[in-house]
Design a protein around this ligand. Structure first.
Ligand code: PLP
Length: 447
C-alpha cells in the first residue's frame, strides 16, 4: 500500500494518543516502516537515529532476534495462561522471581499489568485497600508533584499534573494534591541542592498539615520527572522526601516507568538513590517496548497488610492479561540482554550523550542541559540571563520536532520548550555524535 493512501486511512480512522485531533488531520501521520539498533526508517526510506527510543521504551534497541525467538517460543508452547485465581505460567513466575531478586530492599512481590498507566492505577487501588485493611479508611488523599506524569487512566490521571490531561475531562480530582516540582533551573528558591530539598520538605509538611495528617494515604514521585520536561531533582531529594513520608506514616510510591531498566544507569533509579519505596511502578523498558507489560513492585510489609486484611476473600483487582506469558518471556530475555552488556554500553553512551549535550550550552537558544545516564533534557530560552522561555506560538514544539526529523533525528519536543532525549542503550559512539550534530543543526535552523 502506498504511503499516501495510508495517510488518508489514518486521517479517516485512527485516533492518536495525546494528539491534537484537528491538527493531526491537517498534518498527516508519519509512518515508520522498520528499525534496527538505534535507527528507524520511515515509509519513504528516510533513516533517523531514534533519540527517544520510541516513547522512552525501546531501551534494548530494535531488531534483537533473541527477543523475537523468546516470544515465538512462548507463543508456540503456551500463548496464554491466566494469572487469575490460583493459575499461572512458568514465564510469569520466573520473571517475578528474577525481578524481586534485583529490586531494592524488600520489594519482593510483583503484580503485572499491561503498561504504566494501569500499574499506577493498580497502586492507587492497593493503597486504598492497605489503609482499609489497617482500619484507617479515612486516609484517602494523595499527594504528587507539579509537572509530574503518572499516566492517563481515569483515576491515575489525577496524579498527573500536566494541564492537557485534566482540561475538558471534567472528572473530580479533589482527592489529589500537588507540591511544587524540585526543578533546579526554575525554582523560586534558586538552584542550590540543599535549599531545594529543604523547600520541598517544608512544602510537603505544610501540605500534609493542610490536608490533615490522618487523611493522607500516599505520596507519588518520579525519580526524574519525564514528561514534565526531564526535570532532574538534586541527588538526595527523593531520599529526604521518602524519609519524611515514612516519618509521617504515609506510603511512598516511586514511579519508575521511565527511569527503570537502565535508563538512568542502573536497573532502577531508586537503587542509585539508596531508597526502598513501599511500591514501585515500571513498564516501558521492562519489555523494551517489544510487547506491552508493566508491573507493580510491592514491599513485603504492604503485601502482608493486604493479604491479612483480605483473609480468605479474593482481592478483587485483576486484568485478563495480567502476567501474560508472552510478555513475561520477552521481559526475561530483555533482562538477559541488559545484564549481558546493554547496561554497560548504556552507561558509556550516557556519558558521551551528556558531554555532547553539554557542548551545546554555547548555542544562543540553550538555557539548560540536564540528565542522568541515557535520559536528558535541553531547555530552550530566548534570553539566557533572564531564562526567558520560548514563546510557544512563535516556536511550536511540533516545528522543532519536524526539523529534527528532516535532519535524521527523532527527539521529543515538549511544549514547555524542552527537547527530550532517551536513546536506546545500544547506541554506538557514532549514533550519539549524530544526535548531537543533528540537534545543533536543528537549533541553528530554529534561530
Ligand atoms: N508513569 C510515568 C512516569 C510515565 O512516564 C508514563 C508514560 O510515559 C506512565 C506512567 C504511563 O505509562 P503508559 O503510557 O505505559 O500507560
Amino acid at each position: 500500500m502506498l504511503a499516501n493512501s495510508l495517510i488518508e486511512l489514518d486521517r479517516a480512522h485512527l485516533i492518536h494518543p495525546v494528539a491534537s485531533y484537528r491538527g493531526h488531520e491537517r498534518q498527516g501521520v508519519r509512518v515508520l516502516k522498520s528499525a534496527r539498533g538505534a535507527t528507524v526508517t520511515d515509509a519513504s526510506g528516510h533513516q533517523l537515529v531514534d533519540g527517544f527510543a520510541g516513547l522512552w521504551c525501546v531501551n534494548a534497541g530494535y531488531g534483537h532476534e533473541s527477543i523475537v525467538e523468546a516470544a515465538a517460543r512462548q507463543m508456540r508452547e503456551l500463548p496464554y495462561a491466566t494469572g487469575y485465581f490460583d493459575l499461572g505460567s512458568e514465564a510469569a513466575i520466573r520473571l517475578a522471581a528474577e525481578l524481586a531478586d534485583r529490586a531494592p530492599g524488600d520489594l519482593n512481590r510483583l503484580y503485572f499489568t499491561l503498561g504504566g498507566s494501569d500499574a499506577v492505577d493498580s497502586t492507587i487501588r492497593f493503597v486504598h485497600y492497605y489503609w482499609h485493611a489497617k482500619g484507617q479508611p479515612k486516609r484517602d488523599q494523595f499527594i504528587s508533584i507539579q509537572q509530574g506524569y503518572h499516566g492517563s487512566s481515569t483515576v491515575g490521571a489525577g496524579l498527573t499534573a500536566l494541564p492537557a490531561f485534566h482540561a475538558g475531562f471534567g472528572l473530580p480530582f479533589d482527592w489529589q494534591h500537588k507540591i511544587p516540582s524540585p526543578y533546579p533551573y526554575r525554582n523560586p528558591v534558586g538552584e542550590d541542592a540543599a535549599t531545594i530539598i529543604d523547600a520541598s520538605l517544608s512544602t510537603l509538611k505544610a501540605k500534609i498539615e493542610e490536608i490533615g495528617p490522618d487523611r493522607v494515604a500516599a505520596f507519588y514521585a518520579e525519580p526524574i520527572q519525564g514528561s514534565g520536561g526531564v526535570i532532574v531533582p538534586p541527588k538526595g531529594w527523593i531520599k529526604a522526601i521518602r524519609d519524611l513520608c515514612h516519618h509521617c506514616g504515609i506510603l511512598f510510591i516511586a514511579d519508575e516507568v521511565i527511569t527503570g531498566f537502565g535508563r538512568t544507569g542502573p536497573l532502577f533509579a531508586c537503587a542509585d538513590e539508596d531508597i526502598v519505596p513501599d511500591m514501585m511502578t515500571v513498564a516501558k523498558g521492562l519489555t523494551s517496548g517489544y510487547v506491552p507489560m508493566g508491573a507493580v513492585f510491592m514491599s513485603d510489609g504492604v503485601y502482608d497488610v493486604i493479604a491479612d486484611g483480605a483473609g480468605e476473600a479474593a482481592v478483587g483487582h485483576g486484568y485478563t492479561y495480567s502476567a501474560h506469558p508472552v510478555s513475561a518471556a520477552v521481559a526475561l530475555e530483555v533482562l538477559k540482554l541488559y545484564e549481558g552488556g546493554l547496561l554497560e554500553n548504556g552507561h558509556k553512551a550516557g556519558v558521551r550523550l551528556m558531554a555532547g549535550l553539554e557542548s551545546l550550552r554555547d548555542h544562543p537558544l540553550v538555557g539548560d542541559v540536564r540528565g542522568r545516564g541515557m535520559l536528558a533534557g535541553v531547555e530552550l530560552v530566548t534570553d539566557k540571563a533572564k531564562k526567558t522561555p520560548l514563546p510557544a506560538a512563535a516556536m511550536p514544539a511540533r516545528r522543532i520536532f519536524d526539523r529534527a526529523w528532516d535532519n535524521g533525528l527523532v527527539i521529543r519536543a515538549f511544549p514547555q520548550g524542552v527537547l527530550g532525549y532517551a536513546p536506546p542503550l545500544c547506541c554506538t559512539d557514532a549514533e550519539i555524535d549524530a544526535i548531537i550534530e543533528r540537534t545543533r543543526k536543528t537549533l541553528d535552523q530554529t534561530l
